[in-house]
Design a protein around this ligand. Structure first.
Ligand SMILES: *[C@@H]1O[C@H](CO)[C@@H](O)[C@H](O)[C@H]1NC(C)=O
Ligand SMILES: *[C@@H]1O[C@H](CO)[C@@H](O)[C@H](O)[C@H]1NC(C)=O
Ligand SMILES: *[C@@H]1O[C@H](CO)[C@@H](O)[C@H](O)[C@H]1NC(C)=O
Ligand SMILES: *[C@@H]1O[C@H](CO)[C@@H](O)[C@H](O)[C@H]1NC(C)=O
Ligand SMILES: *[C@@H]1O[C@H](CO)[C@@H](O)[C@H](O)[C@H]1NC(C)=O
Ligand SMILES: *[C@@H]1O[C@H](CO)[C@@H](O)[C@H](O)[C@H]1NC(C)=O
Ligand SMILES: *[C@@H]1O[C@H](CO)[C@@H](O)[C@H](O)[C@H]1NC(C)=O
Ligand SMILES: *[C@@H]1O[C@H](CO)[C@@H](O)[C@H](O)[C@H]1NC(C)=O
Ligand SMILES: *[C@@H]1O[C@H](CO)[C@@H](O)[C@H](O)[C@H]1NC(C)=O
Length: 486
């Protein structure tokens, strides 16, 4: 069952961020040792700015080594090697999924990398983690394990670049690490997991990730849905989802961004920015062109009302599709310039979906993942949604997924029709989820009177809005973070 991203907003209890203390102590003791042994005057000429800053610890040690070797003809290679080896072995690995929070994962606590707190981030931004950073004392994020069933068997730890754990692999460039409570294949769920990365990318110099590492409850996922693959390719260029192959050691990321709250805390403005960018990138990727042969044509196109019936087969399809088509086509025919397209959502390629929605002002569709495509319509376009019987009573907040989607992407949700006709009674109405199982994949009936009025109002409303807007329309500009394509 779908849950609201707002579920992640409740305060978290955090945090056990203290295991660097021992290392700091180790350095202090070591340095004090050096200085006592080799004359305090060395301090005055040592080429070091901040001897205890751990991120520079290794180069500092190298300077010390050179200094002592040159000045005192003392060779401390062996000590330094021993120290580096101790650092390598001091990396503590913890389970990615913290079972202590297994029962409260949805109540605000994140069980993924539970030992470390999110960066507060800018106002309106989703909380995230970045490595290496001050918070990680300059250490990189390392992960070990490729288990796809038990998140608690996969491990994470932090290490300095110059003393990575034995047998570890340094993965260069930027890595996007995601953990979601849901999945990466459902259009809606996958999208809400990926959206925060798009916002981060836009605000951090448009650097594309070299790879994605995907987790669900700490379990490794080696792929995403093909719709998401295409959308991410459109946005970031080449896409690589890491599987860690047969490597048995840990993998450490030169730079990593970790998102584990989905679209959760992102403010409305940020969400709209993300969806504007995704829309723009997807249209560019699919070569959607708005150019008409001449200005007169262009004007006609822009003030016409383009209505799309996005149909499904099987679960949550209309019981009498041809009747629904007839109702909408009659209403469309009454308005000059209205164009109706009936589209079957299955078997449409990604770019077919982008193209269909790019030229739609009103989408009418039964509830389902295909409606996520509304994000490819122009801002302020309209959505009409239809539900089978039982959803109103038993679907929980999941029934609002596309109300949220419209809100995120800047569309107008014109409401929903809930089929009142009961076909099956639920034997135990008090058992909500059991009941929902009965109704979830039902079909959608119709109410000719209601559909007719609703379609007529929607078409008229859009017609008026488009006429008002036409004079003030902005030219289509290029995308944020436009990539140079040869
Ligand atoms: C220091 O000793 C190591 C062996 O412990 C040796 O390989 C290295 O060449 C020596 N360095 C200098 C500058 O003498
Ligand atoms: C690293 O790999 C070697 C084999 O190449 C193995 O003997 C050793 O135990 C591994 N070390 C760790 C810490 O996994
Ligand atoms: C996971 O890693 C192990 C070695 O630790 C390897 O034997 C196995 O093939 C890997 N599994 C996958 C799916 O890559
Ligand atoms: C572990 O990995 C190391 C380096 O990647 C490799 O040399 C070694 O053979 C591996 N050991 C096993 C048991 O797979
Ligand atoms: C878009 O156009 C480019 C260049 O003409 C072409 O390489 C690419 O395959 C086209 N993409 C699609 C989805 O049609
Ligand atoms: C759909 O509705 C039309 C008009 O009411 C009716 O003629 C037709 O038989 C219906 N089709 C089905 C499959 O119920
Ligand atoms: C989609 O394509 C598959 C095979 O390519 C076919 O079996 C199926 O009937 C198609 N579905 C629709 C709704 O066209
Ligand atoms: C959307 O509509 C509102 C008014 O309903 C208007 O203020 C806004 O400028 C429109 N946005 C776009 C992108 O057309
Ligand atoms: C159909 O819709 C009309 C208009 O909203 C309403 O008055 C009527 O009661 C509905 N019919 C059924 C069977 O629900």
């Amino acid at each position: 069952m779908e849950r609201s991203p707002e579920d992640f907003l409740k305060p978290k209890t955090c945090c056990i961020c203290s295991y660097s203390t021992k290392l700091a102590l180790f350095f202090i003791v070591t340095f004090v040792g050096f200085f006592t042994l080799f004359d305090i005057q060395a301090l005055r000429i040592l080429p070091i700015s901040s001897p205890l800053s751990s991120s520079t610890s290794w180069s500092t040690l190298q300077h010390l080594k050179t200094f002592f070797t040159k000045t005192y003809h003392f060779n401390c290679s062996r000590e330094l090697e021993a120290m580096a080896s101790k650092l390598q072995h001091s990396v503590t690995f913890l389970p990615l999924k913290d079972l202590r929070f297994a029962h409260t994962a949805m109540d605000g606590n994140t069980w993924f990398m539970s030992s470390i707190c999110d960066d507060a981030g800018e106002e309106g931004e989703t909380e995230h983690l970045y490595f290496p950073s001050e918070a990680s004392k300059g250490r990189l994020l390392c992960v070990a394990g490729n288990d796809s069933h038990y998140g608690e068997k996969n491990l994470y730890g932090f290490a300095w670049k110059d003393s990575l754990p034995a047998n570890s692999t340094l993965m260069e460039g930027l890595t996007f690490v995601s953990d979601t409570y849901y999945d990466y294949t459902n259009l809606w769920h996958g999208l809400t997991a990926m959206a925060p990365f798009v916002s981060w990318y836009k605000r951090n110099g448009c650097e594309s990730p070299s790879r994605w590492v995907l987790y669900h409850w700490g379990e490794l996922r080696t792929g995403m849905g093909s719709w998401h693959e295409n959308l991410m390719k459109a946005t970031f260029g080449e896409l690589k989802v890491e599987g860690f192959g047969k490597s048995n050691g840990s993998s450490c990321f030169e730079k990593a961004v970790v998102m584990r709250h989905n679209i959760g805390k992102m403010g409305k403005e940020r969400r709209l920015e993300v969806f504007d960018m995704l829309r723009c990138k997807a249209r560019a990727f699919c070569n959607v062109s708005f150019e008409s042969s001449n200005a007169e044509n262009n004007k006609k196109e822009d003030t016409a009302v383009r209505l799309t019936l996005l149909m499904r087969k099987g679960a949550r399809s209309f019981k009498n599709e041809s009747l629904v088509v007839k109702i909408f086509s009659n209403e469309c025919a009454r308005v000059k310039g209205c164009k109706l397209t009936v589209t079957q959502s299955e078997n449409l390629s990604f770019c077919d979906q982008v193209r269909a929605m790019s030229f739609t002002d009103i989408v009418a569709s039964p509830h389902g993942a295909q409606l996520t495509n509304m994000l490819f319509m122009d801002r302020n376009s309209s959505v009409m949604e239809f539900f089978p019987n039982g959803w109103w009573e038993y679907a929980g907040i999941g029934k609002y997924a596309h109300h949220w989607m419209a809100d995120y992407s800047g569309m107008k949700h014109l409401g929903a029709w809930w089929d009142p006709q009961v076909e099956k009674e639920c034997p135990h109405p008090e058992k909500e989820s059991e009941c929902f199982g009965i109704y979830k994949n039902g079909q959608v009936g119709h109410n000719e009177t209601f559909f007719t009025e609703w379609a007529r109002n929607a078409i008229n409303q859009v017609k008026v809005m488009k006429q008002d807007e036409f004079s003030t329309q902005q030219p289509k500009s290029s995308c944020v973070c436009a990539r140079v394509v040869e």
